[in-house]
Design a protein around this ligand. Structure first.
Ligand code: GLU
Length: 328
């Protein structure tokens, strides 16, 4: 069995190019802010750059009003980005995924030409493909019903254009490993994690897994910070990095911020939404709560952003999958 190694280098002192990549499908909550904050702190501590990318691939759920609100909330918090956003300047734009279709098409064609994809006429997972897995929960391992034969290269049938179909990527029996900055050495078999996964839906929408890899690579991102519910997605993404020949960033997955019932926060937890938080707390209070939750501060206190940058160190970050935040 082939083994693939992602980034297993130790942390270097080089300036980090990080990103925050929210999906504009609702108001941000404390969990989203935690992700943004940790990425921001790592970038600022290293003297690097922070990119804001709007992940509005899902045309049904994404709204520009939500994207504006996310920007407004980041400004209120004092988390200023160097590049990207809705009106974003920068050399690597556009920074809204809905405007990057031509770019995804280029890399999609590259994968088609490698003979590692095939048309799929199954409908169910189509709907899920544009969303990051944690938004849908239940991970679906594809049965391979439409796979033309056991091994690539696949020959695309000549009548492929006639029926609406999604396009799947063949996943091999391959162990993929990488050193996560927080959770340490990770290893998973890419075929077991998800089976052959979707690159493009039947309606033409691009899948999250393809878009996120292409964007992180072309935007020169060197550090990806996100919730640990996406650890397994990293396996899929590393496989894509390998096929497309991109440099691999390092990954830092974070504990999930949970409600009293120890469920990860969702848009339904209204008390943790930015709308409520902005009424009740100052940014310094929020930084105190999150800095303590992360393991950066010895106690919950008021904390300025510059103080938290000073305290930031990946080694201190708690290696727990879930963290409960108590109401003040
Ligand atoms: N848009 C994804 C989300 O909000 C981001 C996933 C990632 O950071 O790769 O969940």
């Amino acid at each position: 069995m082939k083994k693939q190694e992602g980034n297993i280098e130790p942390l270097s002192g080089k300036p980090v190019r990080g990103r925050f990549a929210p999906s504009p499908t609702g108001r941000m909550h404390l969990g989203n802010i935690f992700t943004a904050l940790m990425s921001y702190l790592s970038v600022r501590k290293s003297g690097g750059q922070w990119v804001l990318r709007i992940e509005d691939l899902d045309p049904q759920r994404s709204k520009v009003e939500y994207a504006r609100q996310i920007e407004d909330d980041l400004h209120w918090l004092g988390l200023e980005w160097d590049e990207g956003g809705l009106d974003g300047g920068g050399a690597n734009g556009p920074y809204e995924q809905s405007l990057r279709g031509d770019i995804y098409a280029r890399y999609y064609k590259e994968l088609l030409s490698q003979g590692v994809t095939y048309p799929c006429y199954c409908r169910r997972a189509d709907i899920l493909a544009t969303q990051a897995p944690h938004q849908t929960d239940g991970r679906v391992v594809y049965s391979g019903a439409c796979r033309p034969s056991d091994e690539p290269p696949f020959v695309t049938p000549s009548n492929v254009g006639c029926r609406a179909h999604s396009t799947r990527l063949f996943t091999p029996d391959r162990e993929v490993c990488f050193e996560d900055v927080v959770f340490g050495l990770q290893s998973a078999n890419v075929a077991d994690v998800c089976g052959d996964f979707i690159l493009r839906r039947a309606d033409g929408a691009w899948a999250y897994q393809l878009a996120v890899v292409v964007d992180d690579a072309l935007m020169g991102i060197t550090e990806v910070v996100r919730g640990c519910d996406l650890l397994l997605s990293t396996t899929q993404q590393l496989y894509l990095y390998d096929l497309l020949g991109f440099d691999v960033p390092r990954f830092a997955h974070l504990p999930l911020i949970c409600n009293d019932a120890m469920q990860r926060l969702s848009k339904r937890d209204r008390s943790a939404s930015m709308e409520e938080l902005r009424k009740k707390y100052s940014p310094e209070e929020i930084y105190g709560v999150l800095g303590y939750a992360a393991g950066l501060l010895p106690e919950r206190c008021l904390c300025r952003l510059d103080e938290l940058i000073e305290q930031f160190d990946w080694q201190k970050v708690r290696k727990e999958e879930k963290i409960k935040i108590e109401e003040a």
